[in-house]
Ligand binder design. Structure first.
Ligand SMILES: CC(C)(COP(=O)(O)OP(=O)(O)OC[C@H]1O[C@@H](n2cnc3c(N)ncnc32)[C@H](O)[C@@H]1OP(=O)(O)O)[C@@H](O)C(=O)NCCC(=O)NCCS
Length: 139
């Protein structure tokens, strides 16, 4: 799998992949999420290409204190081939090169599969409560 930055032509393929992976929730508009990411550190939004097909995505971020990783997805028929680990490690390397000391990941507590996956990649559960306040309501 080759990893490269997201390009605008990838947009509909990426959104379809996110829908198939169950990553699109009613309170997040994927189009708006992509538009926002293209305005802030777009090079941290990457896709994985196997053959000629877009099969994976990951959206990283760094705020000067902590790094983040969202929208990690691998197409169902391409799972179990190391692509999830590869694209997550790729984002971690980009963040480390920027001097980011720690990567935090938010996973819905009901998504036990994803929690197990990240633990396999060496992430530990932090004893913190994640608080959120919506500033912009998506359509
Ligand atoms: C979770 C997901 C990204 C894993 O991708 P993948 O390409 O199948 O994972 P990999 O093949 O790279 O697996 C990497 C390692 O994690 C392990 N692993 C994968 N899925 C696992 C799971 N559900 N539980 C425990 N370990 C898991 C693999 O055995 C492998 O271990 P190893 O490298 O030590 O041998 C993929 O299944 C997915 O896209 N799921 C749906 C999307 C989703 O829910 N995203 C959450 C957004 S917050």
């Amino acid at each position: 799998m080759i990893i490269r930055p997201f390009e605008n032509d990838d947009r509909q393929t990426v959104i379809k992949l996110w829908r198939r992976c169950g990553l699109v929730v009613p309170w997040n508009d994927p189009e708006a999420d992509i538009d926002r990411k293209l305005r802030v550190d777009p090079e941290l939004f990457v896709v994985g290409i196997a053959g000629s097909r877009l099969v994976a995505t990951a959206m990283g971020g760094y705020d000067g204190h902590r790094g983040s990783l969202y929208y990690l997805a691998v197409d169902a028929e391409q799972q179990g081939r190391g692509y999830g680990r590869k694209i997550a490690d790729y984002i971690a390397d980009l963040l480390e090169h920027r001097g980011c000391p720690k990567l935090n990941i938010m996973v819905r507590s009901s998504n036990t599969r994803m929690i197990d996956f990240y633990q396999r990649l060496g992430f530990k559960t932090d004893e913190v409560v994640c608080l959120g306040k919506r500033l912009i309501e998506d359509e």
